[in-house]
Every structure is written in structure tokens, then in C-alpha cells.
Design a protein around this ligand. Sequence first.
Ligand SMILES: [Zn+2]
Length: 599
Amino acid sequence: MILSSLHRILRLILSIPLLTICCKAADTAYTISLESPAEHRVQVQIILSPGPPTRELQLPVWNALYQVRDFAQFVNWIRVKDRAGHPVQIRSLNNSRWQVEGVGNGAVVEYQIFVDSFGPFGAQLNAHHAFLNLAQVLMYPSDSRNAAMTVRFSHLPKDWHIATPLSPGSGVYTAENYDRLVDAPVELSQFHESDFDEGGGHFRVIIDADPTDYDSDKIIANLHQMVAAATSWMNDRPFETYTFFYHFPRGPAGGGMEHAYSTAIEINAEIIRRTLFPLNSVTAHEFFHLWNVKRIRPQTLEPIDYTKENFTRALWFSEGVTSTAEEIIQLRAGLMDEKQFLSRLSEQISELENRPAHLTQSAEESSLGAWLEGFDYYRRPERSISYYNKGELLGFMLDLAIRDASHDRASLRELFQWMNANYAKKGLYFDDSNGVREAAEAVSHADLGCFFTRYVRATDEIPWNDFLRYVGLHVEQFSISAPDPGFLASRNFDGPTSVVAIAPGGEAEKAGLQVGDIVTEIQGKPAGEESDQQLSRMQPGDTISVKVRSRGRDRELHWKIASRQQFSYQISDLDNVTPEQRTRRAAWLKGEAESAGAP
Ligand SMILES: [Zn+2]
């Protein structure tokens, strides 16, 4: 947080003399050719306008996901010519940065890059479609990242169309700077588009999936309710047009990714055919991100540094409390009832309490740890907690704390609206957890220092019942005998499911399962999104069948499910719920403060 602010001041000081010498930063024009779908290769041409004689080009090492993914690994070759067509030498400064000299009159840079990573945070070209997160594909000139840029697409297969939130203009899309450009994903395919209007906003729904796998009328009906619920909750709609990109693959799927004017969401087709509940949840989450993280943004994520990790202590808020809002939006939209809501909240408490690391890793530390999530060991329950999980719970408890402290005159809603007015609308960024505390105290007129010290910065146990009593609820702990498969597997976003821990001496170990094995199938179904539920449905004594791969060898293993004692948490009514508690609960479930108006 301190490092980043200092970095920003330094950049500002350094950029002043540069700007006065060069007058105006050069414009950059990109052309992306989809020449070889079968080989997953795109060719990029960058026309650099006249500018300084020496230029540097940078390909981001990360984007969107808080993980270093080194996109330069996919660059097959790069070459440069001057405007007269003469070759110019290009030199690698490191793996993702290049330098060219003698290009004061401008230059043409060309390179070929392999793109075949699926998912909402990937870049992929194949015979069926292209879906591009442009930061994985486009290098930026380091001296003009903040200047206007254009991009066009060539060699599109016949019948493919283009969908992107970028501003269109006769085949060329424009963005005011690189950050804006790469915050706009692009879908190129024979997608299906359904648009609708709601509350003065225009919404584009781009679906690239088999039409027999989904019902677009149902999806649109839910979207209407959801965007109405979210914009009314925030009393704001900071866009004219917003785009939903959906992919429903019949194989593994990757979740959702937020952008300022769009979201890309991918869910397995089999799930979509059965229920829209997971789609509603992830959509509500990503849509709310258009405020929380895209506009209500921690200082530690600005300015974005594409060359290395951007450490932030605020993901418990930017991600976790976005999950809190996700639940509130679904309640307000009528897509979830009180019973479902309380059961999901109980599950979240069980998840946190059953992870030993909740006593050793704070919410802030788990935010910093996001950059380690690609490592199997880090995801073990004794090593880390999830900032989504604890952050969501902190969001609900903070909501109750604000209501209590303000005598029902403010809630989480007022906190978000305050941050929207005092940061987002003013183009300012908040100071991580301190900024959230500032907002919470401004709307509640109370000192909430203890909450932030104990539950955000430190690892004190959260006294659930002290908070829940306010709305006539309490949580009870039960010791249950749960099915124990004898191993723990997890996956990193779009990565494979891998075994991260095995119970010593257990049946899984005896069957030959090893840490590091890639789990491909459980009970005949591909390992992935639904494996957890599948395992939880099994009973002690059942035989589990697991297919794994390691060192290129496939094995099928079978063993008997054991049982283990673990805690389960369930939220229910207090014995004597008072009328005040009932009124407060009704307001809490609506996401509204009981007494309207500012405190
Ligand atoms: Zn998120």
C-alpha cells in the first residue's frame, strides 16, 4: 500500500519532463489477424506513430486474475520494420519487454502469438470461436500506455461476428488508453445475441453455446430482475451499455471475470440445463464488480503494474464483500429466499471454521496471498483461507455491526453508496482496509476500530452469535460424522484438479493415490466444479472410483469411503425472537436500513 503510493508519486514526477519534451504521446494502432484457427495462432501488427527514437514494448505478465501467468511464453516470433519497410533490430530486455531503436518516424511491429487458454480470463482461438482478453495478446509501448489506441480484426472466418464493449467505428474499435482497451474482452464467432433495456440502461447478452443447452428467455428474465435489483441497491447506473458474455461448454468451465462495462462468464452446459442458480450467483457477483473493484477501487491496484504482482490487502473486501452483495442482490431480485440464504450463510461459516488456517491467516494476509494460489501447497486448509469465504462473512457481520451502531439508520448499502460517492465518482482510490473502515465509520457515526483490528487484520474467532442476535438468529455447532474420501484435491481457476493432501495411513493412500496426481474423473464424471458436491453425497462405506493421471500414466483407483468427525454450523431462530428483531431481519434481508434516509 505504501510502496504503491510512492511508486505512483515517482511516476508522476518522472512523467512531467517527458511530456513537456515529447509534447504528445504517440497513438498506437493494432491489427489482430485470426489467420490460423486450427493452430491457435494470431498475428498482431502494431503501427507506432512517430515519436521518440527509442521505444519499448511490454507484454503484461498478468491480467485480471491475481496471478502471474507470463503471457510472453506464447510469443513465437517478433519483428520490426520502419515506415519505409526496412527491417529494424529488436532486442529483448527481459522475457516480456522489447526495445527498438531508430524508430523516431514510427514503425511497424509484427509478432505471432499462440492463444489456446479457455475461460473468461483466457485468450483462445480455435475453429469454433475466438475469445480474447487483449492483455494476453497485445504489447503496449511503455511510453504511451495512456494514449488513445485503436484495434481492428482481420481474416475472420466466414459468418463470424464481433462483440466487444469497445466503441466501434467503421471496422475499428477505439479505447482512450491501454487499461481501457484490455478491460474489454472480445468474442468473435457465430454467437447468439439477445439485447434488453432496463432502467434506462442497454444490456447486450452474447451467448456462445449450443442452443439446445440453454433457454435464453429464462436467462434474460433473470437478468432483468438482477440488474434492476443491483442498480436500485446502489442507486446508480454508471454506464449506458453493459455486455454479458456467456460460454456454456460441455467440458470443464472457468467461472467469471469482471470488467467495467462487461463480464465474461463460463459455466458447464450440463449444469445450465439443470439449474440457473449457479449462473445467477456468478452473474450477480460479476455485475456488482462493476462498482466494487472496477470503480470503487483500492489504491494498491492503481496504477496497474503489468510487469509484476500488484499486492493488495483489500481482496477480502473487493472480492469477498462482492460475494456478500451477490447474495443481497439475489434476495432483492427474488431469485433466492430466506431459507436458501441462511443455508448458504451456514455453509460459508462451516467452510471457514473447518479450515485450520482461519486461526493463523488473517483476511488481509489471504488477500496478499492471492498471488500464491497457483501453488498446490498454498491451497491446503492448514496453509490458507479464502478471501472470498472470509470476506463474504465479514461483509455480513459488518452490515450487522453498522446497523447496530447506527441504530438501524445505515447498513452495508450506505457504506457502498458512500464509497461510490466519495471515491468512485471523484476518480479516487481507497486506502485498502483503512478506506473501508473510514466509510463504515462515516455512515454509522461510530468507532468500528475493534472490528477491523480483530477480524480483518488479526485472526480472532468471529463471535457469530454476537452479530446474529441483532436479527434474532444464532448459529449452532454440531459435530457430525462426515464422509471422508481420505484425500483433498483442489484446482487453480482454469487448471486441472490435483491432489494436494492425503490422510496418512488412510484408504486413499493404501489404494495408491499420491500428492500431485491429477484427478481426471470421480465416479465416472469429469473432475471439476461439481466434484465437491459429488463427494459430499457419498456415504461412509461406499466405494469411490477415481481416475488419475501422473507422469503421463492413467490409473483407475477404488477404495472405501471412511468417516470423520467435523463441525457443521447451522443458523436458526433464537428461542424468543422479538418483534424488533423480526423487523430488523426483514430490513437486513432486503439489504436496506430500517429507517430510510441518511443517518
Ligand atoms: Zn469476483
